[in-house]
Ligand binder design. Structure first.
Ligand code: HEM
Length: 124
């Protein structure tokens, strides 16, 4: 498996653990303000990263490029900053809104980079 695919899977499982912890914390406390953060940790972190990793595993030729590595760091960096900032915003810290806004755009840039990787991939 290409290194970038493994990196995506390892990062994805870390987000699933974090997402479930937030879900359990909400369930135990009966306090659901962080639902949006829980959903984004699981969907941008676990689900999307696992799909990115699976695509890279199926496309080993494209997975070894510098662009693929840059895409991983842009997307993951965006999600790593955005999700805790969103958690803090939703649980009563409005000052985190600009951080959520900027990091959301970084996440989107990572998605556009991945779109380029997908369109450039050739059938092996
Ligand atoms: C043990 C694991 C999990 C626990 C304990 C958990 C817990 C929760 C809780 C308490 C809520 C809030 C429900 C409400 O507001 O009424 C929620 C919402 C949500 N969860 Fe999870 N969750 C888990 C796993 C996941 C996973 C793996 C995903 C996605 C891959 C996910 C996606 C969502 C989404 C999208 C919502 C928002 C639903 C809505 O607002 O309609 N959850 N979860």
């Amino acid at each position: 498996m290409p290194g970038i695919a493994k990196l995506y899977f390892i990062t994805a499982i870390c987000f699933l653990v974090a997402g479930i912890l937030v879900g359990l914390q909400m369930s135990i406390a009966h306090e659901y303000a962080a639902t949006g953060a829980h959903a984004h940790i699981n969907l941008l972190g676990w689900v999307t990263m696992a799909i990115f990793g699976a695509f890279q595993a199926l496309n080993p030729r494209g997975a070894g490029t510098r662009f693929a590595k840059a895409q991983y760091y842009v997307y993951t960096g965006g999600v790593v900053v955005m999700t805790p900032a969103l958690y803090l915003l939703l649980t009563g810290k409005p000052s985190f809104e600009p951080i959520v806004a900027v990091s959301s755009l970084v996440v989107f840039a990572g998605v556009l980079m991945f779109a380029a990787i997908m369109f450039r991939a050739r059938a092996d």
